[in-house]
Design a protein around this ligand. Structure first.
Ligand SMILES: O=C(O)C(=O)C[C@H](O)[C@H](O)COP(=O)(O)O
Length: 214
């Protein structure tokens, strides 16, 4: 099992965070944990993302990765900041190689069979399916996953609390990613109660799904 699969398997939901204010870092971590979620992808789309990444990565009770990693400098900087995994919207073998050199698993985005095949050749066992809903939703995943039985998928993009269980039911889904747990507008407004409630709902939904799937 690859390191990415070992880290992200059985987590249910991976919150994707876009932070505009680094001041929310501590409260965000506490809100996620209070809601039973112990992982997060902090995107590097905003300057505040770097600070939030470093702050949350210092919390041993959280598994924190960096998202929207677009170049090798960001790979290095994110690893130096403590990121334990890296996510990118697309597949760039140069970034994957750099991440491998740094010993941190990368989960790059794919949307086509060509990209899955290239990711497989790069030695990966897990890829992000992006954009999951706009790219064809579950029917697209079913078709794409079939020729790659050893590949795990992290669908992200357009997934909601309501649609997550259907994605979990696909046997090659590692976990689902999404911004609905820690919404950008709620973070900007400092509404950490809303984050805690959404995290708790995601935790409960995953537990209920697992119970039913058994
Ligand atoms: O830029 C990246 O590396 C990303 O991770 C993209 C995000 O996964 C999606 O933007 C989240 O999609 P929503 O849940 O629909 O908001």
């Amino acid at each position: 099992m690859s390191a990415a699969v070992a880290l992200l398997r059985d987590r249910g939901t991976l919150p994707v965070v876009v932070a505009d204010d680094a001041g929310i870092a501590a409260g965000l971590g506490e809100a996620l944990k209070a809601g039973g979620i112990t992982c997060a992808e902090i995107t590097l789309r905003t300057p505040a993302g770097w600070e939030v990444l470093a702050a949350l990565a210092a919390d041993d009770a959280l598994l924190v990765g960096a998202g929207t990693v677009l170049d090798t400098e960001q790979v290095d900087r994110a690893v130096d900041a403590g990121a334990r995994f890296l996510v990118s919207p697309g597949f760039d073998p140069v970034l994957v190689e750099r991440a491998q050199e740094r010993g941190v698993p990368m989960v790059p985005g794919v949307a086509t069979a060509t990209e899955v095949q290239a990711a497989r050749r790069a030695g990966l066992e897990a890829v992000k399916l992006f954009p999951a809903e706009a790219g064809g939703g579950l029917p697209a995943l079913r078709a794409l996953a079939e020729p790659f039985p050893g590949m795990w998928f992290l669908p992200t993009g357009g997934i909601t609390a309501e649609t997550a269980p259907a994605w979990w039911s696909h046997p090659q889904v590692l976990c689902v990613g999404g911004s609905w747990v820690a919404r950008r507008d709620q973070l900007a407004a400092g509404d950490l109660d809303a984050v805690r409630a959404a995290a708790a709902a995601a935790t409960e939904a995953y537990a209920a799904w697992r119970e039913g799937a058994r």
